[in-house]
Design a binder for this molecule. Structure first.
Ligand SMILES: Nc1ncnc2c1ncn2[C@@H]1O[C@H](COP(=O)(O)OS(=O)(=O)O)[C@@H](OP(=O)(O)O)[C@H]1O
Length: 396
């Protein structure tokens, strides 16, 4: 009885055209709500890829959902770079930024924008790319076997660009700053920045601040005691002026070179706490390196000779690295507009290539008396440096 009643009412409902339409609308609405629910629910349960402070073994990429199916492939294809290179925390701290001396000693932003100028729009290799982690046959990423560790404004970019012409050298374009600012990211992060190399090719990088970083010798030694170290040195007085010129180009309202040089102008006391002065005390910095590395594992390149005779200096560098002398005078020409030697063909290109506009800047005129006092100040340190290296760099 009850059953026939239900059937009857269903029959009436289904037969009525208005109610029929209403029923279809209801079903469509329910279907739409169901689909919406599914979508929201699905996305919230999808593996989400997050930045993590932990150093993952997968080259600095960490997935939140570690058990996600196909994790390895997905993580390589989809993960965002784990972390951008950490800027010096001191620089980011507003309290420290108020101190003008600190500001002058921490021109990280200036360096960063220089890197882009230098590598001429090349992808900054500071952020590892997940896709690039895939190995192609016998090519793989390796930790550097040779590093240009200094000095800032010595001519380090020119040397690296010249070396990159050699088929047995592969180098990262930007400065990784691993052994000073990014050491906590771990060696896997560092390796992942490197270009892939074939067996027999040398992986290189340059970060000029390593030479004056207290912890760098021990850290590089811990990575590999066989690492070859190259230091491009330049007359510490012109180096200091070059350093000042770079800072001035970013912050035009800084004090004069003269006022920063002296602690006390009348006594002539030099302010060695200013990094532009401090970096030029080569003998002092070299001492820390010689505690870990034998002198024979270090090569000192003359920044001046690298401009005067790039092929001659390149012959020394190639010998030191155990490479065939492939980069020779045939690779260089003197560009009169630039006022510097340039490459006839840059790496991977058939066009002539000079360094960017941040290399070879015009220096401001410095009072000759200040220059003379600085020369007097550096002389004993230079003599000591010549003695330690067994090379006379000919700085006055
Ligand atoms: N071939 C060529 N072209 C242009 N510039 C050259 C070259 N060889 C050496 N130099 C000198 O390199 C100086 C910059 O040194 P770095 O590259 O070590 O600077 S940095 O520390 O990376 O900012 C740069 O210093 P400034 O002249 O003071 O700008 C140049 O003098």
């Amino acid at each position: 009885m009850e059953y026939s009643l239900v059937c009857h009412s269903l029959y009436v409902v289904l037969l009525s055209p208005v109610k029929n339409k209403l029923l279809i609308l209801c079903i469509m609405f329910l279907l739409w709500v169901y689909m919406l629910y599914c979508c929201v629910g699905y996305s919230s349960t999808m593996p989400s890829f997050m930045m993590d402070s932990d150093q993952g073994k997968d080259g600095g990429f960490v997935s939140e959902n570690k058990d996600a199916p196909g994790k390895d492939l997905v993580s390589k294809l989809l993960l965002r770079p784990k972390s951008p290179p950490a800027l010096d925390p001191d620089y980011n701290s507003p309290s420290v930024r108020t101190a003008s001396r600190e500001l002058l000693n921490n021109d990280l932003e200036a360096e960063k924008s220089d890197v882009w100028d230098e590598i001429g729009g090349e992808r900054s290799s500071l952020e590892p790319c997940g896709l690039s982690s895939f190995s192609n046959g016998s090519e793989s990423k390796k930790l550097p076997q040779a590093i240009i560790i200094g000095v800032k404004k010595g001519g380090t970019r020119a040397l690296l660009e010249f070396l990159r012409v050699h088929p047995d050298i592969r180098a990262v374009g930007a400065e990784p700053h691993f052994f000073d600012r990014n050491y906590n990211n771990g060696l896997d992060w560092y390796r992942d920045l490197m270009p892939k190399t074939l067996e027999g090719q040398i992986t290189m990088e340059k970060t000029p601040s390593y030479f004056v970083t207290r912890e760098a010798p021990a850290r590089i030694y811990a990575m590999s005691r066989d690492t070859k170290l190259i230091v491009v040195v330049r007359d510490p007085v012109t180096r200091a002026i070059s350093d000042y010129t770079q800072t001035l180009s970013k912050k035009p309202d800084i004090p004069t070179f003269e006022s920063l040089t002296f602690k006390n102008r009348s006594t002539g006391l030099i302010d060695t706490s200013w990094s532009a002065i401090q970096i030029g005390l080569y003998a002092k910095h070299l001492d820390s390196w010689l505690r870990f590395f034998p002198l024979g594992q270090m090569l000192f390149v003359s920044g001046e000779r690298l401009i005067r005779d790039p092929a001659g200096e390149m012959a020394r560098v190639q010998d030191f690295l155990g490479l065939k002398r492939i980069v020779t005078d045939k690779h260089f020409y003197f560009n009169h507009t630039k006022g510097f030697p340039c490459l006839k063909k840059a790496e991977g290109s058939s066009k002539p290539h000079c360094l960017g506009k941040t290399k070879g800047r015009t220096h401001p005129n410095i009072n000759p008396d200040v220059v003379r006092r600085l020369r007097d100040f550096y002389r004993p340190f230079n003599m000591k440096f010549y003695q330690m290296t067994g090379q006379d760099f000919g700085w006055e």
